[in-house]
Design a protein around this ligand. Structure first.
Ligand code: BDP
Length: 720
């Protein structure tokens, strides 16, 4: 064999290995933490700013921060920075905490950072140019390290840095609706990440990657079990499993929390009651808390779904939500734990509009909760719909801190296959004006505690993670995990800026890719609203699994689960009258907000049919009658998905083949399903109103019976 041939073979083998390696890496597993090499022309400058890595102190978290910097920098810059004990040449990166000697010696103003805040500054140390990443505490140093890497990932300069960050809310949590059999309620990404059966002895490396991903976006807590919970998770063996996970997450600044079943004292405690005022019950929970804290010293606390959708709760014993929450709060208080008590309550035995019931139950309890209780409220008054007005509880409980609950998993927005970036949904709610303290009293100010001066603050997102290789069920659903974390850190960051950042890190920072993809993402949720539930309609999904349309469903055992309950359409009109002539849910908002919602002429048309029942020929701002406008919205939604497909098809050169084709396949599914939504909805409305198709709009492909007969018994994410 000639030398040349040998060389060629080696080169080919190397190429194949690298290509295979790259292909393996690009299946979505690495999320936004891929760290591929920066372009050659930019690499030299970045390398000059990261020649040495100096770790100012010692702790598990600092170790993790240093490892991440090393991993990120060597991937991005193709050169592993040397670890050194001191800044001995230009271009060092120093990472540490406020209390570490090398950081303290710099005399930076690190006050007010808390343990999680950080500064990143370009400084001169011993005559050398360096970058210091200084956390108020361990977690801050780690968050700062991720921020520093993000600067390179998004191709920002590393010169003259003067960054100061601290989180807007304290509890930034994922809520996993994961069951003990590894199914995930409303999960579309495979099985639960937690391999319970092998825990606590086997720690899947994926737990570490999960923690890294969360830390990179500032998430600092995780409720690992479903809110529809099993008391078993509070028994010894399961607590040991939870403790094992907590051990993996701890260095990443992430605490473990558990959903607690209110009737646990009966089910696993041998008591004959779970009455929160019974001293035996109180003693049982105190002992349970002690047992948990002995295993998990930094255990975060309990999340509770009580007296909601059949779950047990204090009302079973004639007690209030405050009685129940306070009893648990007293059990965890000596250990510094919190109780997150959910306000997602409604009862079809109560004649009031479902949208009003949480406010009715919780406003009278304002001021009655312990200091370590926070009430967790979904973003809207019904249930994670593609669009809802903000929940009227935000702003209505000055004495009680409220935390936001968003859904990251897309139960009502097309599961994993529909591309719907939820940043605009989250932003719309956070920016909404409650008017409770005059104009500009935003929901974000309720949530970050500034409106009423609360120090216990939080934001929870119902997780979309699972055992799928790409974590979230689709490549673009990763963006929803990402944007949740970033907005929980800073609600003012802006959904668009976050989309741009995510796209650059997850695919490529090339503006020829990032700009069209950001535009596509920003319009994607509105497209879903248009083809599923336009103009304020909601809850029209099929029964149980919520997959696909079911606006005709009217036979469920609970009236307030039927789509017909929500849309109230008949021959004359459509929509839910929530004004004074109807349920008067508008009255639960502050007067200025009420005025805007109550007047069909003033209301933002995106909420029109949420608050108003209107005749089919009601004139819309466009000049079209309501019926024509509705049909136009359905078509706009379907067309938007077609446009998304074309945009994506044109970006093939920028994306590895595997991820590109997966997204393309899902967009094709989405387009079919958007048309299905449009056609079946129009067929159903026409069966009620008898109106012809507006000119220029095609009739549905099939008759109504066709759509009504479709059934999907094995659709994923079902709730039994
Ligand atoms: C609804 C879900 C159901 C949850 C419930 C909740 O359909 O699976 O258990 O919310 O949040 O959205 O408790």
């Amino acid at each position: 064999m000639t030398r040349a041939l040998l060389a060629a073979m080696i080169a080919a083998a190397l190429f194949l290995t690298t290509a295979a390696g790259a292909a393996k890496a690009e299946d979505g597993y690495d999320l936004w933490l891929r760290y591929p090499p920066v372009e050659a022309d930019a690499a030299a400058d970045y390398r000059a700013s990261a020649t040495l890595l100096v770790v100012a102190g010692e702790s598990a978290t600092l170790g993790v921060a240093a490892d991440e910097l090393e991993r990120g920098l060597s991937g991005l810059l193709g050169a592993t920075p040397e670890r050194a004990g001191a800044v001995s040449r230009d271009g060092a990166v120093l990472v540490g905490r406020a209390g570490d000697a090398a950081v303290a010696a710099l005399g930076l103003d690190l006050s007010g950072l808390g343990a999680e805040g950080y500064v990143i500054r370009s400084v001169i140390m011993d005559g050398r140019a360096a970058t210091v990443i200084a956390g108020g505490g361990d977690a801050g140093a780690l968050y700062g390290a991720f921020h520093f890497l993000r600067l390179i990932q998004t191709r920002q300069a590393l010169t003259n840095l003067d960054i100061r960050e601290a989180p807007a809310v304290n509890l930034r949590l994922l809520n996993h609706w994961d069951n003990l059999d590894r199914t995930v309620e409303r999960g579309y990404a495979g099985q639960s990440l937690w391999d319970w059966h092998k825990l606590p002895d086997h720690l899947d490396p994926r737990y570490t990657d999960y923690a890294r991903a969360n830390a990179s976006i500032g998430i600092n807590g995780t409720v690992i079990n479903n809110v529809n919970t099993d008391a078993l998770s509070l028994t010894g063996p399961w607590l040991e499993k939870a403790a094992a996970l907590a051990g993996v997450f701890r260095p990443y600044g992430i605490r473990v929390y558990l959903s607690a079943r209110f009737s646990a004292p009966v089910e696993i405690g041998g008591l004959d009651t779970a009455d929160p005022l019974d001293p035996r019950v109180q003693a049982w929970w105190r002992a349970k808390a002690d047992e948990i804290y002995a295993l998990i010293p930094d255990f975060g606390g309990f999340l509770v779904k009580a007296n909601s959708e059949g779950q047990p709760g204090p009302q079973d014993y004639g007690r209030s939500h405050a009685d129940g929450a306070n009893m648990l709060a007293d059990a965890v208080a000596p250990h510094g734990g919190v109780v997150m008590w959910r306000a997602f309550v409604y009862d079809d035995g109560v004649p009031t509009d479902r949208a009003m019931q949480a406010w009715d139950e919780f406003v009278p309890l304002d001021g009655q909760f312990r200091d370590n209780v926070i009430v967790q409220v979904k973003n809207g008054p019904i249930d994670f719909q593609p669009r809802e007005p903000f929940h009227p509880l935000f702003g209505a409980t000055p004495e009680t801190p409220l935390m936001m609950e968003f859904q990251i998993t897309k139960e009502y927005l097309g599961f994993a296959t529909h591309l719907a970036y939820l940043g605009p949904l989250y932003e719309e709610v956070l920016d909404a004006d409650t008017h409770v303290r005059g104009p500009g009293s935003t929901v974000a100010e309720v949530v970050d505690g500034s409106l009423f001066g609360h120090r216990l603050t939080g934001m929870a997102g119902v997780a979309n993670t699972g055992s799928d290789r790409n974590w979230s069920g689709s490549q673009f659903d990763q963006a929803n995990w990402y944007v949740f974390g970033r907005l929980a850190w800073d609600p003012g960051l802006g959904a668009e800026a976050i989309a741009r950042e995510w796209a650059a890190m997850t695919f490529t920072p090339d503006p020829a890719f990032v700009e069209p993809v950001t535009a596509m993402m920003m319009g994607s949720r509105e497209a879903v609203v248009d083809y599923m539930t336009p103009l304020g309609l909601n809850h029209l999904m099929a029964t149980g699994h919520h997959y696909g349309p079911g606006p005709w469903v009217d036979d469920l055992p609970r009236a307030d689960w039927n789509p017909t309950y929500f849309h109230r359409a008949d021959a004359e009109g459509i929509g839910f009258d929530r004004t004074a002539s109807g349920s008067n849910a508008v009255s639960q908002y502050a007067p200025d907000a009420t005025a805007r919602f109550a007047d069909p002429a003033q209301i933002d048309e995106r909420f029109l049919l949420w608050f108003h029942h209107l005749p089919w020929d009601h004139p819309m701002p466009s000049g079209r009658p309501l019926w024509d406008e509705l049909v136009a919205r359905y078509d706009r939604g379907v067309d938007a998905v077609g446009e998304m497909r074309r945009t994506w098809a044109g970006l093939a050169d920028h994306v590895d083949a595997r991820r590109h084709s997966e997204v393309a396949d899902f967009l094709a599914i989405q387009e079919d399903e958007a048309r299905w939504w449009r056609d079946s909805s129009i067929a159903y409305w026409r069966s009620l109103n008898g109106l012809p198709m507006p000119e220029g709009h095609a009739p549905p492909a099939h008759d109504l019976a066709h759509y009504r007969n479709l059934s999907f018994p094995h659709a994923p994410g079902h709730w039994d």
